[in-house]
Design a protein around this ligand. Structure first.
Ligand SMILES: *[C@@H]1O[C@H](CO)[C@@H](O)[C@H](O)[C@H]1NC(C)=O
Ligand SMILES: *[C@@H]1O[C@H](CO)[C@@H](O)[C@H](O)[C@H]1NC(C)=O
Ligand SMILES: *[C@@H]1O[C@H](CO)[C@@H](O)[C@H](O)[C@H]1NC(C)=O
Ligand SMILES: *[C@@H]1O[C@H](CO)[C@@H](O)[C@H](O)[C@H]1NC(C)=O
Ligand SMILES: *[C@@H]1O[C@H](CO)[C@@H](O)[C@H](O)[C@H]1NC(C)=O
Ligand SMILES: *[C@@H]1O[C@H](CO)[C@@H](O)[C@H](O)[C@H]1NC(C)=O
Ligand SMILES: *[C@@H]1O[C@H](CO)[C@@H](O)[C@H](O)[C@H]1NC(C)=O
Ligand SMILES: *[C@@H]1O[C@H](CO)[C@@H](O)[C@H](O)[C@H]1NC(C)=O
Length: 290
């Protein structure tokens, strides 16, 4: 019956039929994902009715040609999974922000097929590990935030393929094992690195000192051991350094006085000894040294 009516419709209004037949795969993909969610109340504008395209839907930004380039739905109260999100429908997506929702389940490894993705924020959800070994290299990524999820296992190897990475926040997860020594070499543009509140262990790689633009290094509340890596005192761009609540031992290197840009330093709850030279960097405000 339905088929019959469609055929009839097509013969009377061929243009309408054509529009339906070529319906936008981006819209279909978004509607399919919406339908899979247990709570999508905030997405009432995501509806195929009328002449509007998905470009006017909440959180969706398109380029002039109608390709979806951004999907930004932070704090939208979404509950559900990413499983039925058809990443292949969004070859032009540069920014995906789903921060602070209630997404559960594995991050689908298919997300690594986004050829133009620059900005990825999946922070503050309940997401679990993708099968990292099935992911493709993601050299276009510059910003990755996955803090506050349920990710575990070793340092995710795919990050070593993100050769343009500037910002990386994996804090508040359950990762363990060492920071790969190759990180600094593979992601030379890093400015911000937050691995706090995990179970990362081993020694802090001296190679981090080779990051020429590093400003913010947060490695607190892990189980790093060994000495304060003297090499870190050569990172002249460093403004924020937290190594607190690890099991670091030995003395604080004198060279720390060379960190002239430093504005915040936290070394508490380790077994470090020695003193911090007065007058280093901008550590003038009370409480800046912990
Ligand atoms: C997270 O999202 C909820 C709505 O689901 C909102 O009430 C809360 O303020 C958000 N938190 C942050 C830090 O944005
Ligand atoms: C958008 O995607 C299409 C299809 O993959 C491609 O031809 C086009 O170059 C892309 N545009 C941008 C700005 O990446
Ligand atoms: C992950 O992917 C690899 C490669 O496709 C496969 O061999 C392996 O069984 C997968 N692991 C899991 C836990 O699914
Ligand atoms: C990054 O690390 C700091 C510890 O220095 C922590 O307080 C902060 O909340 C972390 N960032 C996020 C987005 O969780
Ligand atoms: C210090 O780290 C341990 C895990 O190594 C964690 O259980 C504890 O809550 C942390 N304390 C603070 C103040 O961050
Ligand atoms: C501080 O840096 C200068 C110049 O790089 C270097 O010669 C000196 O040894 C450093 N000081 C310490 C205590 O490492
Ligand atoms: C101290 O901080 C001010 C403002 O934050 C900045 O302009 C200045 O360059 C800093 N000085 C050093 C030595 O980093
Ligand atoms: C200090 O570190 C130890 C382990 O090294 C941990 O058990 C303890 O909870 C930490 N204390 C604080 C206040 O974080």
């Amino acid at each position: 019956m339905l088929q019959h009516m469609t055929l009839l419709y097509a013969s009377v209004f061929p243009l309408v039929f054509m529009a339906c037949a070529t319906s936008n795969p981006q819209e279909e993909a978004l509607l399919q994902w919406k339908a899979s969610l247990a709570d999508a109340n905030s997405l009432s504008s995501w509806s195929p009715t009328g002449s509007s395209t998905c470009c006017s839907w909440l959180g969706v930004t398109c380029d002039a040609a109608g390709h979806v380039v951004e999907l930004s739905l932070p704090s939208a109260g979404l509950r559900g999974q990413l499983d039925s999100f058809d990443f292949a429908a969004f070859p032009n997506l540069t920014k995906l922000n789903l921060n602070n929702n209630s997404l559960v389940g594995d991050i689908p490894f298919r997300f690594s097929k986004l050829p133009n993705i620059v900005w990825l924020d999946l922070g503050s959800n309940y997401l679990t590990n993708p099968n990292y070994s099935r992911m493709s290299p993601m050299p276009t990524l510059e910003h990755i935030s996955m803090w506050g999820n349920k990710l575990g296992g070793m340092f995710p190897e795919f990050i070593l393929s993100c050769t343009n990475l500037i910002f990386l926040d994996l804090s508040k997860n359950a990762f363990h094992g060492p920071i790969p020594d190759a990180l600094a070499k593979m992601t030379p543009n890093l400015v911000y690195l937050n691995l706090s509140w995990n179970g990362f262990s081993g020694t802090i790689p001296r190679s981090l000192a080779q990051l020429p633009n590093l400003q913010d290094l947060r490695l607190g509340s892990n189980i790093f051991r060994g000495g304060f890596p003297e090499m870190l005192t050569t990172i002249s761009t460093l403004q924020f350094l937290s190594l607190s609540n690890n099991t670091l031992s030995g003395s604080i290197p004198m060279g720390i006085g060379n960190l002239t840009s430093l504005q915040y330093l936290s070394l508490s709850n380790n077994t470090l000894s020695g003193s911090i030279p007065t007058g280093i960097g901008n550590l003038t405000s009370p409480g800046a040294v912990k």
